[in-house]
Design a protein around this ligand. Structure first.
Ligand code: F6P
Length: 322
């Protein structure tokens, strides 16, 4: 396999660190003597042939910026074989022999489909949900978690003063990794995640025990995939007579300057993606394992499920004296 021209795109929900990763891909590609093109608006842009040549200085001063300079999108057309064929035709027409796709699970499924048309693909995990099975870490998670923690710390000040119960809804449509991490870091009374459903009776019991242990304010963190903040607050209100305040952190969590951890991981992952193509490897997902950076076969990576350890719940309960 001789790589000459690489396309790079960001797709799905954006994540802090995507820009740092685009920068790393561009600079590593040029370092290896490849041409590199930015594909705008993810798979949608590839179908449209919306590409721009990127040179070293085109990616200056973006390592520290949230969002993605390439824009992102969720393309329905690319989900169809016709859309995939169109995207493959664009690659052929433009001479793009390889595409590096930065995003989450859906982005990688797109890459997997494109690979069947003979395009070399490499995936780089970036989603604040941190829910890709084959990697311990996805770009954006650290920044998003720190943003949420900072918000919860502020909420705690006012909840404590008023001796209130606070319900904070964090992102995570299908996964509770962000909610659990944030809950542990913020000292939550309880965390509700889709992976380990907890009944409202159990939740109320946690609040009751906290009260018996002398607490007069309570912090409940809920992943949006487990329940809405309002539902949880209503259940608490009915069962306890408390008057919880709901805060939905929403898309705030997806923005902001990437942390040092995200910048460094993005830079290493971008470099590694290009290095794989340079070695003649394709159809891989860059990932982290045992504290280091590595890569797995895309089909294998996509069939790996990420499990949340029951221990996380146990630790949380122990910290609130349950
Ligand atoms: O990026 C993943 C994610 O943040 C989910 O947790 C969330 O449900 C979803 O994106 C929402 O994305 P959007 O509002 O852009 O459709």
């Amino acid at each position: 396999m001789k790589v000459r021209r690489i396309g790079v795109l960001t797709s799905g929900g954006d994540a802090p660190g995507m820009n740092a990763c685009v920068r790393a891909v561009v600079r590593a590609a040029i370092h290896h003597g490849f041409e590199v093109y930015g594909i705008r608006r993810g798979w949608h842009g590839l179908i449209q042939g919306d590409v721009v040549r990127l040179q070293i200085r085109d990616v200056s001063r973006i390592i520290n910026r949230g969002g993605t300079i390439l824009y992102t999108a969720r393309s329905k057309e690319f989900m169809t074989p016709e859309g995939q064929q169109k995207a493959a035709n664009t690659c052929k027409f433009l001479g793009l022999d390889s595409v590096i796709a930065i995003g989450g699970d859906g982005t990688f499924r797109g890459a997997q489909a494109l690979s069947k048309f003979g395009v070399n693909v490499i995936g780089i995990p970036a989603t604040i949900d941190n829910d890709i099975g084959c990697t311990n870490y996805c770009l954006g998670f650290d920044t998003a978690a720190n943003t949420a923690i900072e918000c919860i710390d502020k909420l705690r000040d006012t909840m404590q003063s008023h001796e209130r119960c606070s319900v904070v809804e964090v992102m995570g449509r299908h996964a509770g990794f962000l909610a659990m991490y944030v809950g542990l870091a913020a000292g939550a009374t309880a965390v509700l995640v889709p992976e380990h459903p907890v009944s409202y009776e159990e939740l109320v019991e946690k609040i009751r025990k906290a009260r018996l242990n002398g607490f007069s304010h309570y912090m409940v963190v809920v992943a949006e995939g487990a329940a809405s903040g309002d539902e949880v607050a209503n259940a608490i209100r009915e069962a306890t007579g408390l008057d919880p305040r709901v805060t939905v952190l929403g898309h705030i969590q997806r923005g902001g300057d990437p942390t040092g951890r995200d910048r460094v991981a993005a830079t290493k992952m971008g470099y590694l993606a290009v290095d794989l193509l340079n070695q003649g490897l394709t159809n891989r997902i860059v990932c982290t394992k045992d504290g280091g950076f590595t890569h797995v076969d895309m089909d294998e990576g996509l069939s790996t499920k990420k499990n949340m350890q029951r221990m996380e719940m146990d630790v949380l309960d122990a910290m609130t004296g349950l």
